[in-house]
Design a protein around this ligand. Sequence first.
Ligand SMILES: [Zn+2]
Length: 475
Amino acid sequence: MIRLIEKTYEIAPSYIKNWLMSIAGGIEFYKRYGRYYKQGIAFLRKSQWWDEGQITAYQLTKLKQLLTIAYTYVPYYREVFDSIGIDLYTIAEATSIEEILPKIPFLHKEVLRNNLIKLINRAPNLKSYAVLYTSGTTGTPIKVIYDRASYQIGHFAFLRRFYDWIGLPECFKSVRFSGRKIVEPERDSPPFWVYDIFNRRLFMSTYHMNERNLPYYIEKLNQFKPHLIDGYVSAIYILSKFILKHDVKLEFTPIGIATTAETLYEDQRATISKAFKCKVFNQYASSEGAPFITECPYGNLHINFESGIFEFLDIENRPAKPGSIAQMVVTSFRNYKVPLIRYKIGDFVELPDTSIKCECGRVMPVVKRIVGREDDILVAQDGALIGMVSYRVFKDAQHVKKSQIIQHSIKHIEVKIVKDSNYTVDDENFIRQKLLKIFGENIAITFNYVDDIPLERGGKFLSAKRLFSLKEIYS
Ligand SMILES: [Zn+2]
């Protein structure tokens, strides 16, 4: 049914698109907000106030349940567990997470991408309910299947609790900027959006946001008056810069802005917050089913412990030091149809120097920053990982409209710049000095001045990207 709607959607005129989006939205609404969702959100509203003892006990119980299910019903894990001598007895006897979890080998993306069939839970009553795809910027998107309870709780109950933290009422109007191609790419007049009346959600295209079209976006937003704006950082940032530059008067103030899928830099956060006069809440989750990290009203990024276990490791897979940039290895309680156990998701965070006690009163552990996808972590010549490089280089640079740092090899960096008319050689030297300081004196730097920098596949913008794999350096 949904597939048929999607096919018709591509060729339909705008008013039909709105109807089709609303019909799909209606079907989705019933799929998402069923009895499991209701149970899930009721539980999560209580568990967020648990103490450390309750959190640890809960995670151990859930892990043992997950491992038991994986061993019993998932061919891939049966094979792996047998090969390392883990059986139902070992699982039942485990007295801590540390005792059992680190023994299990990592699950790599290639297995999920190429061998999904072996990762599917064969329990007779666990029917497939929904299929999601990752919006990867590199490689083919990964397909993941969910059962009904996992879909309703693992996505929508957790999201709803995040909305609680933002301060949103049960029913609200939202605008979403995502990589979906919702209007034809060649369209040069409004509408650049589609409305799902059922979920009161306006989808705005991220592919049409240029200076010429942005006034139409503003006009539509002023008319729609959303309570929440969510989606890709880059799109919301472009809009915010436009609002500030032209001193645009907004006729609404959102309750909050929720960003996801791309790294949120501090200057972007400040710009967005200033333009819309509200707080920005960052969030981490993934379509594969990685556990959630969500930002609370006090600005801390809390690990949603009910959604899974994060291990923070350095590049050689040892526990990462406080204050360092760490890769996340995830064991998820969000999806029992395709269980992820010690999955190397390829995303990085910066850990706090000391453990943070948040003023919001939640004991849920905190990470300092979501640093980015594996693709936008660069490497210095001494092998150190460098996150948020674009922010560090360009935060004080002037006369740059858009930029992208591309690392071709450990010795060569290309900088793509869309400059404004006041850009001079001094600006270039400033940027060069910053890069030399971060990457070391011997790095070769090429400047490449361009008219525009295209979005990646999936509609995301990468402010930094690396064209070689980390494995090439560390193996
Ligand atoms: Zn907090």
